[in-house]
Design a protein around this ligand. Sequence first.
Ligand code: AMP
Ligand code: ZN
Length: 468
Amino acid sequence: MPLALYDTWSRTVRPFTSIHAGVVGMYCCGPTVYDYAHIGNLRTYVFEDVLRRALIRNGYEVRHVVNITDVGHLTSDADEGEDKMERGSRRAGESAWAIAQRYTEAFFADWRALHLLEPTVWCRATDHITEQIGFIGELERAGYVYRTSDGLYFDTSKQEDYGFLARLDRAGLQAGKRVAVGNKKNMTDFALWKFSAAGIKRQMEWDSPWGRGFPGWHIECSAMSAKYLGNWFDLHCGGEDHIAVHHSNEIAQTQAAHGTRLANFWMHGHFLTLDANAKMSKSNGDFIRLQTLQNNGIDALAYRYLCLTAHYRSKLHFSWASLDAAQTALNRLRQLYSAGPDGGRIDPDFAARFDAEVNDDLNLPRALAVLWELVKSPLPPANVRATLDSFDLVLGLGLSDWKPVAFEIPEDISKLLKEREQARAEREWSKADDIRDTLNARGWRVEDSKEGQRLIGITTDTTDIGNE
Ligand code: AMP
Ligand code: ZN
C-alpha cells in the first residue's frame, strides 16, 4: 500500500509523491528557546520523527530542516506584548543569548533521549537575519508591506485567499474585532520587522533598511525554509496551534514573494492535553518536562511509546497512569525482543500489515496492534526479533540498544515483598497497602497484575518478579 498522508491544506488524506524523485524536503517549526520544552511540544517532534522514518521506509531520502526560534516570537499572536526571549532573560536575570544557549542545549538533550533522528539542518533565527531582511525587501517590492510607528507589517487584505489553510472567516473576524488591531490596518496583518523602542536598548537587535529592530516570528520560517529547501518543497509540519496564525502567515509571505504555498503537504500534530480541553502551555509557568518524567522513574522512550499509542491527528490526554502503562508495555516488549536469538528472518506477512498501517496516514496505534499480535504469535523467537528490528526503524524505540539491567533487590525489600504477597493471598488488603507505602518510601514501586506483583526500582529499571 503506497504512502498516503493527511494534508491540512486540502483537508484530505491523499497519496504522497515527492516533488523531486527519491528526495523529500521537510521543514518542521522548532522550539522557542526561552524555556524548556514541555512534553506537549515533544509529542509534536515525535510525530514528525515517525513521519520522517516512514518516508525513509518508503525509500525516500529526507532532507529535514528544523529551526530554533531565538528571537521574534512575541508573547501574543496579535504581535503585541514583548519578545519571549527578552522576557525570559529578565525573569532569569541572565542575557537573552545565554538563555537561548541553555534552552537550546536542553532541547537537544531531550531530542536525543527520545531517539529523534538528527535533522539535516538545524537553523537559528539569529543566524539568518540577513536572509530575513532580504525576504522582507522582496515583500516590500511586491507591494505587501506598510509601516506603522512600531514596525513593518504585512497587508493581508492584498491576498484574496489569505488564511485558506485555516479556512479563516476573515469577514467574520473583522466584524467581531475582539483582538486589538492597534496600528494595523487589518486584524490579521502581522509584523515582519519590529522597531526597537526609542531610548530602550534591546539585547537582540539589528540594523535594517527600515530602522534598528528585530524580525517578526513568521518571516524566519519563510526565509530559512527557502534557503535550505527552496520555495516549493514537500512537507511542512508543526503543532495544530500553528494552523491559524503562524503557518497561515508563512504561506502568505511565500505566496506574495514567490507565488507558492511553500509546501505541497501541510501536516499538523494534535495536542497533548493535561485536563479535558486544556492545553499544556509554557506560559502557564508550571509544566511537565521530559526530565520530570525521568525523575519519576520513567524512561524517555516510554514517553515516546505513549505518543505512538495515539494517532497524531487525535488529542492525547496525558495521565501518569497511561504513562506507567506505556512503561510496562515497553519493558515487556524489550524482554520479548531480548528473548529471541539473532539470525532470524523478517516475517513478510506481519511486515506487510505493519507497513500498510504506517502508510495509512501514520496509523501507529494500529501498527502497534500488529506488533503485539506478532510477539504473541507462534513464530520462532528469532523471526519475531528480526521482524521487530524492522518495525523499530519506524517506531524508534531502540529495542536493539536495550540491555537488561540486572539490579539486585536488597534482602529487606524482598522480605517486604514476600510479606505483601502473603497478605494479598490472605486478602488482608490494608496490610498489603501499608507495605506498598513502605516500599514506595524506600524508592521501590510495586504494581499488581494478573501475573502477580511487579517491582519497579524508581530510579533504576524494571524487573518482573512474578508470583509463580
Ligand atoms: P513552541 O516552542 O511554543 O514554539 O512550540 C514548539 C512546537 O510544539 C510547535 O510545533 C507547537 O505547535 C507544538 N506544541 C505546543 N504545545 C503543544 C501541545 N500541548 N501538544 C503538542 N504540541 C504542542
Ligand atoms: Zn515556523
